[in-house]
Write a protein that binds this ligand. Sequence first.
Ligand SMILES: Cc1ncc(COP(=O)(O)O)c(C=O)c1O
Ligand SMILES: [Zn+2]
Length: 423
Amino acid sequence: MDVASGGKAASASYSITCTECGHEAPQNFKAPLCNRCGGLLTIEISLEGAGAKGWRTGQPGVWRYRPLLPVARETEPVSLGEGGTPLLKSQRLQEKFGIKNLYVKYEGTNPTGSFKDRGMTVGVTRALELKERVVACASTGNTSASLAAYAARAGLRAVVLIPSGGVGKGKLTQAAAAGAHIIEVEGAFDDAIKLLLDSAGGSGVYVLNSVNPFRIEGQKTVAFEVCEQLGRAPDNFVLPVGNAGNISAAWKGFSELEKLGVIDSAPRMIGVQASGASPIAEAVSKGSQSIGEVRNPQTVASAIRIGKPVSWKKALQAISESKGTAVAVEDEEIIRAQGLLSTLEGIFVEPASAAPVAALRRLLETKAIDRDELTVCVATGHGLKDPESPICEVRAKRMGADAASLKKALDEITSRPSGPSSN
Ligand SMILES: Cc1ncc(COP(=O)(O)O)c(C=O)c1O
Ligand SMILES: [Zn+2]
């Protein structure tokens, strides 16, 4: 078996089952939700073949973990080189927050600039296995950018439904450049995804939102990578939560490694939402087993401007099983954290991706995390995605093209106390 090279032979056997009624869907199942009860689907990977040694291959990125991914042996993945993102020890942020062991997992370095590529490489590969021609998603922006790129790479047509207004310019530019059909729905993201899920059956399109369990399988690889990079599991894994697919995906990854005996224990999963769109954080703070819908969600972090997360049940399960939590942060805190990531560490992220760092102070104060613990904040998307964020304002100083003017400008700069530059 070609395990060491990550070649085609290394693939997992799996079943597609409903998380609500337990019904097992046929292997060629195409619908986004259970056709018996409308519940969320999940993929149960057979871990037997992998074992504590055979779960990874010699190649970098998402497909390194092919032995734990649901693809047929003969399948050639649709790849743009996703995964393999840096895990950055963040000394200066540590000092800022008084933490000893803080890392940022910089998912903005994925091919289209967000973690969505991890899921999309597996999802679009699955679309080809099913001989689909048209793939579709509803999106706050990053999913559409990713879907458009992977569909182009696979020779498929992409349809993206976006909410009216508020989608980061960079993200829409990416979808347009890759030739996606862009449909603006008169409403919010929650309206767009409901519309797509309700009309998916018989529409001839393959839905690649994160309800698609193949997307989740790709996204779980962030957990594998972090454990490999650290040589252990973190104590806390903090990530922004919108539709709640990613927190469930990462939890699935850590759980699989724990079952395989690769890690001794899994981290606490800590979800962060914006206070204007925080149904999961509200449910956790009330100790409730279900969420209330937030109508007309509002936040500067457009990627997580979601009032009714489709995967809320999986997220609450991940949080309770891992003994984690969920918190909400204010927009001003998000923007401040976005600035800190950029100016203290050189890690440029879009607003939603700064939410975990924005939550650190509160998590320490409430003792949800401890200063000595190893905490990983996931920076889910690149800063260029959303150039309208306040921190992206360019304040250039104008001067004449002569040596005296330059000297004067440089004298002013060099006489300042050291620290990050700001005009
Ligand atoms: C940059 C960014 N961060 C976080 C999220 C939230 O991920 P999820 O919807 O899986 O909870 C998204 C989703 O669009 C995103 O684009
Ligand atoms: Zn079901």
